[in-house]
Design a protein. Structure first.
Length: 167
């Protein structure tokens, strides 16, 4: 409380760090995983700026493959399989990383990406498409797909989605 007639300073209204919710996340703040992803994105932008416009597809692919190699199984196997499907279905896409996730870009804009289950401690991995993907279908369409395994039918569907995304 403040004394009568005394103005409250910002210092008086600050909450202690121990006011976190049961999930370990303070209200209105980023989780540890989200902060790590933001740091990775910042590093990706710095690296891209250092490489300049001459950075080739090989640089992006080696970085993407390194991210896949860091993943635990079964996400690593899913990511490697997706990489092969996406490269075969849309060779126009350039491998890159985006917030520390394997991603594929067209003209420098991310079209799709793979998020491992471990990244944000979710129960399944995801294949996501950005707003740059040409997947529009009426007034509503899916842009994230949960992945637990890949069947031949799933691989065909993903290949078709990726092809449509870049048309």
């Amino acid at each position: 409380m403040t004394a009568p007639g005394r103005k409250r300073s910002m210092k008086d209204t600050q909450q202690p760090a121990s006011s976190a919710t049961a999930t370990g996340q303070a209200s209105g703040r980023f989780t540890d995983e989200e902060r790590a992803a933001l740091k990775e994105r910042s590093q990706e932008l710095k690296t891209a700026a250092r490489r300049g416009p001459r950075a080739g597809q090989a640089d992006g692919e080696s970085t993407l493959l390194a991210k896949l190699a860091e993943m635990p199984e079964p996400d690593r196997a899913l990511g490697e399989r997706l990489h092969a499907i996406i490269k075969a279905s849309a060779p126009v896409l350039s491998p890159t990383t985006w917030y520390g996730m394997p991603a594929y870009a067209k003209d420098g804009k991310v079209v799709c990406f793979f998020q491992s289950a471990q990244k944000f401690k979710t129960r399944y991995a995801m294949l996501g498409f950005s707003d740059k993907a040409n997947l529009d279908d009426g007034a509503m369409w899916p842009v994230y797909f949960a992945l637990t395994e890949l069947t031949a039918a799933d691989e065909d569907r993903i290949g078709a989605l990726v092809k449509k995304a870049v048309t």
